[in-house]
Design a protein around this ligand. Structure first.
Ligand code: URA
Length: 447
């Protein structure tokens, strides 16, 4: 207990720092559609990180930003303030340039697994500090954790050593990296304020700039399975992030890519690792291979080591990327030869009629995989390594009545019913001969 001292001051109580602003005034400013000043932004991010601005106050401010937006100047300052809330990695001691990729999140998006080792083949180091999945989109760390022994937590020294020795590292972002975003993203997730262009752009870019990469390629997903459902919004998000990166001295490029249907043939942790290994062995679905190559070409060019697409594709086919993958997994305690977990139960979803599959909705498949146990509803929930959805047909394929369209995988069969509900109406089969509009994976490029 503290008690008054002879000078009348309370001993043992920390002096309350004099605050520059009042959180309520900052909220009112944005609520009333006025610009936040740089000083207000710096203060509110810092005070929120210190716990002086309460969660409910930040929730109100996030909603005001969601509803009323931010000017370019405000987004730049907000990003800088979140960056300043933590440490910034420094790779200047490495012998090679660095490049990273960030995806805004999609269904079946296992690209990082092949991309990091592929880019490292060409002597560009890939420091990929990742997160876990939340909601219907999967997380790269959850996928890798399905490999027996693999560990996500590395110290900064271990990251540097692995980048030097192997050339690629995918691991958990430490608590010191943009801590303001860690708190704010968790809050946005439960207050309906995720889908805001200024908040998404500043969240992603504060982490990526703090990560210390020299070059960055953004994979901005567009479609039902993505945050951005339409191309115009996705372009605005890409433009905002590219400008934030470039202003901070990171060579930044964005590809807008299709997320109306899942990437590849799997959504779920071990299922996606298995597909990634197929790609690294020279096979795998064409959309996954094409996007991996397109992103690798961009990363290598942005890092100042350009390579033709054919040469990059060859490194997937001839085992060079697989060699780096094996070393990358082993360096983090994983066994690249271990058998991946398989689900205790499976069920098939079959086509009801003959025809051509003309649509298969990414969001529905993502929700089904999540309900089967592949994803989490809250940040600390466990995930099932083997749960998910395996696709047997993609839009454009001819199907016959009774043919399996998907296999659902889970360890807990009581989940099948809710997963099937999510898939209700998620695909369309049209009469044989119906045209399916071909849609390339890469829709646009912003630089
Ligand atoms: N990913 C992030 O890191 N932040 C967002 O706000 C959205 C997606």
């Amino acid at each position: 207990m503290s008690s008054p001292s002879s000078t009348g001051r309370f001993v043992g109580i920390r002096p309350v720092p004099t605050e520059l602003f009042d959180a309520v005034d900052v909220i009112r400013t944005k609520r009333d559609r006025q610009h936040l000043s740089s000083a207000q932004i710096d203060w509110v991010i810092d005070a929120y990180t210190r716990g002086v601005v309460a969660e409910e106050q930040m929730a109100a401010l996030a909603m005001a930003i969601y509803l009323n937006g931010m000017s370019r100047g405000e987004v730049v300052r907000w990003t800088r303030a979140m960056l300043a809330s933590g440490e910034r990695m420094d790779y200047s001691s490495l012998r090679r340039p660095t490049a990273d990729k960030h995806s805004t999140g999609g269904v079946g998006d296992k690209i990082t697994l092949m991309l990091a080792p592929l880019v490292a083949v060409f002597d560009v180091a890939v420091p990929q500090l990742s997160g876990r999945g939340l909601g219907h989109t999967g997380g790269t760390l959850d996928k890798l954790e399905s490999i027996p022994g693999w560990r996500a937590a590395l110290s900064n020294d271990e990251v540097l050593r692995q980048l030097d020795e192997v050339g690629a590292v995918v691991c958990a972002a430490g608590p010191g990296l943009a801590p303001a975003d860690k708190k704010l993203y968790a809050l946005r997730d439960v207050t309906g304020t995720v889908e805001s262009i200024p908040l998404i752009a500043s969240s992603i870019m504060s982490k990526k700039i703090a990560e210390g990469t020299g070059a960055l390629v953004l994979d901005v997903k567009v479609g039902s399975g993505a945050f951005m459902k339409d191309l115009a919004d996705a372009k605005e998000l890409a433009r905002t992030m590219v400008d934030l990166g470039s202003d901070a001295g990171v060579r930044t490029v964005a590809l807008l890519t299709d997320m109306t249907t899942p990437l590849g043939l799997t959504a779920g942790n071990a299922l996606e690792v298995r597909e990634a290994v197929e790609v690294l062995a020279g096979g795998g679905p064409a959309d996954v291979v094409d996007l991996t190559v397109a992103l690798a070409v961009e990363m290598l060019a942005a890092a100042g080591r350009p390579q033709p697409a054919d040469e990059v594709r060859a490194a997937l086919g001839d085992g060079r990327a697989m060699d780096v993958w094996r070393r990358m997994i082993a360096a983090q305690g994983g066994d690249p030869d271990a058998t991946l977990p398989t689900a205790r139960e499976t069920e098939q979803v079959v086509a009801g009629q003959d025809g051509v599959l003309t649509a298969l909705d990414a969001y529905a498949v993502g929700v089904a995989a999540w309900r089967l146990g592949a994803g989490r509803a809250r940040r600390d929930d466990p995930v099932q390594a083997a749960a998910g959805v395996e696709l047997h047909a993609k839009p454009g394929d001819v199907v016959t009545a009774g043919q399996p369209l998907m296999t659902l995988h889970t360890d807990t069969p009581e989940r099948f019913a809710r997963a099937r509900q999510a898939l209700d109406g998620a695909w369309r089969v049209a009469p044989v001969g119906s045209a399916v509009r071909p849609r390339s994976v890469v829709l646009d490029r912003i630089h």
